[in-house]
Write a protein that binds this ligand. Structure first.
Ligand SMILES: [Zn+2]
Length: 616
């Protein structure tokens, strides 16, 4: 059946020369960057350690025997793969670890199928797709995906909600969408949007010709404050660590702020052409456009192996009804519409999306905001737009990690949370480790500058290491809620009735006991209207009822009937009304023993299989 169409990730030829960008970096960049930000906490990051051990290198166990993991950390790709492998060993009956493609640099892209395999394979159950890490510095999103995985696995058999979900549904969890980019950030604190595929951002004819650099070798790429009479910044009068915008009448000295680095390509600007530059969440084939319109969309839609693998996987898994596409930072969720004119989004679909999003706000107190708000000035080539337009799937872009202003208390009691409070809090809670005091540095091109500032990777972009777990756990209720909202088909035991003269009637009733309809959205109902009024080639295919007969033949038709979409409990789906449908077949009995089986290929609602039923 459909399982035969499951494709293992096939090796895909990289579409560009491997490591090309690396060979063109300024001399010394690679070595200078080869300090580890740390796998043992931020303190470790300040020392030059080796890389963390990967799987097969006898590294320490990352998943304890009871399924617990140290979550106040960020795992690199090797550690993530190790965690996936250890969970697969711990819960073999609930997991299937697979590789769905290779990254630009050739790393395997892992995806864990999670379900109770004793109640059926993942591809025959309604499924939720969860990923993280498409954007390189958005490390928290990978941790959320891993945490959700652990929560589901550890909860099975202990938590009836989780048990029920894994008995009836499946999850496809892909923590590292973009292992190359995430590792470059975690290991070298590099600044890049997404993939490491080289791109000539400053159009000087050389790709990645001027990335930021860790000049002082402390493992972090921070800021430089450069004395400059025309600079837009001055020191705060109370706390000279704090830089404030210059205003008319201010006294100097003034500074400009630059990212730590050099002018490596002679264009007069510091760090003007960093690693990569393509944004893979502009590379999906809906409202994609070229560089003069959307400058980071890649050479063509799905030009990147990571996005190609995504579309290939989701296309091949028509049981997916929800896309949870993790990003980091801000502390809110982007909802549909995304890369489309918001005015053209179906009104019922909008109501449904708002309804589902409200649960997030209720659970977390955080807002859900549309990804697109303007009819023409809008995003290009996003994953959730593709998922909606091409499959009718509602996707979400949770932006984890609220800004410090939302979690740092007003410690100095002046009635507002300012950078003064940040410093107090950083010192009080974290030993001051997320701020590097401005330290003089003899810059080869700029002369005397100072390097320092906030370690923004873990102060703003992602939470401080000590606060990661609390950011992960608040995401779980909504993930579970979304997972529970899919369509879910149920079939009555098929009934056979002898009609005489060796003819039997087979009656099959299938119903949707889930919340969403099998079309998921009104978008899912769209298709090509035929002259007889039937709508074919729908965006989301409706259930197919298949009768298999041994020792007999189906009279009339071929035993395959595509029934209309089935409504769920959702009040936001005006295009469908029937929640159940009965299909009747006639079977002509042959000599000898005969039996029938019924298969419902329910697409988003899952696949159902009857046992063999003897023909009397
Ligand atoms: Zn992002």
């Amino acid at each position: 059946m459909r399982s035969s169409s499951l494709r293992r990730g096939r090796p895909r030829k990289a579409t560009g020369p491997l490591l090309q960008g690396r060979t063109l970096l300024p001399a010394g960049w690679f070595l200078a960057g080869w300090f580890l930000v740390g796998c043992s906490g931020p303190e470790g990051g300040l020392e030059a350690e080796g890389r963390s051990p990967g799987p097969g290198q006898n590294g320490p166990t990352l998943v304890a025997a009871d399924g617990s993991v140290d979550w106040n950390t960020f795992h690199d790709h090797a550690q993530t793969v190790q965690i996936l492998g250890e969970f697969a060993e711990l819960y073999p009956h609930l997991t299937n670890l697979r590789v769905i493609g290779q990254s630009y640099l050739g790393a395997d892209i892992h995806l864990m199928e999670v379900t109770n395999f004793e109640t059926g394979p993942a591809e025959e159950k309604p499924a939720m797709y969860i990923d993280g890490g498409i954007h390189a510095r958005e490390l928290t999103s990978s941790q959320v995906a891993l945490y959700a995985l652990a929560y589901l696995l550890n909860g099975y058999g202990n938590d009836s909600r989780v048990t029920d979900l894994l008995d009836t549904r499946a999850f496809y969890i892909r923590p590292k969408f973009n292992p190359d980019g995430s590792d470059l950030v975690l290991h070298e604190d590099q600044w890049l949007r997404s993939t490491v595929r080289p791109l000539d951002e400053n159009e000087d004819g050389i790709v990645d010709s001027d990335p930021p650099m860790d000049l002082d070798g402390d493992g972090r790429i921070l800021q430089m404050r450069v004395p400059d009479p025309a600079g837009e910044w001055r020191k705060d009068t109370q706390d000279p660590r704090i830089m404030v915008r210059r205003e008319a009448g201010d006294a100097g000295p003034f500074y400009r702020l630059e990212r730590e680095g050099i002018d490596g390509n002679g264009d007069g600007r510091i760090a003007s052409d960093g690693i990569g530059g393509i944004d893979m969440n502009r590379n999906f084939p809906r409202n994609w456009d070229r560089a003069h319109i959307q400058d980071s969309g890649g050479a063509f839609p799905l030009s990147e192996p990571e996005t190609y693998a995504t579309v290939e996987f989701i296309d091949a898994h028509r049981n997916i009804y929800s896309i949870y596409h993790g990003h980091t930072s801000g502390g809110f969720v982007f909802r549909l519409p995304s890369a489309m004119n918001p005015d053209s989004l179906d009104r019922s679909d909008l109501d449904l999306i708002v309804h589902l999003g409200d649960y997030y706000t209720r659970d977390t107190g955080r807002p859900v905001v549309p990804s697109a708000t303007h009819p023409t000035d809008r995003r290009y080539g996003t994953l959730i737009q593709w998922g909606y337009s091409d499959h009718g799937i509602i996707g979400w872009v949770p932006e984890f990690s609220p800004p410090p202003a939302q979690w740092v208390p007003d410690l100095n009691g002046d009635g507002e949370v300012t950078e003064h409070d940040w410093h107090l809090y950083n010192e009080q809670e974290f030993g001051g480790r997320y701020f590097q005091d401005w330290t003089p540095y003899d810059h080869p091109q700029l002369g005397e500058v100072e390097i320092g500032g906030w370690w923004t990777l873990f102060w703003g972009q992602n939470p401080p290491w000590e606060r990661v777990e609390r950011e992960l756990e608040v995401q779980i209720p909504w993930i579970l809620h979304l997972a529970e909202q899919g369509p879910l088909l149920e079939m009555d035991e098929p009934r056979t009735t002898p009609l005489g003269e060796g003819i039997h009637q087979v009656e099959v009733t299938v119903r949707n006991i889930g919340f969403l309809p099998t079309n998921l959205t009104e978008r899912g109902l769209e298709g090509r209207t035929m002259p007889d009024g039937r709508v074919m080639r729908q965006v989301a295919r409706s259930p197919l009822v298949i009768l298999e007969v041994e020792g007999g033949t189906v009279l009339e038709g071929n035993g395959r009937v595509r029934i209309p979409h089935l409504a769920g409990a959702s009040p936001f789906s005006p295009g469908v009304s029937e929640r159940e449908r009965t299909v009747r077949f006639q079977v002509g009995r042959e000599a000898g023993e005969g039996e029938i089986r019924v298969v419902i290929e329910g697409e988003k609602g899952g696949t159902l299989r009857s046992g063999p039923i003897p023909l009397p």
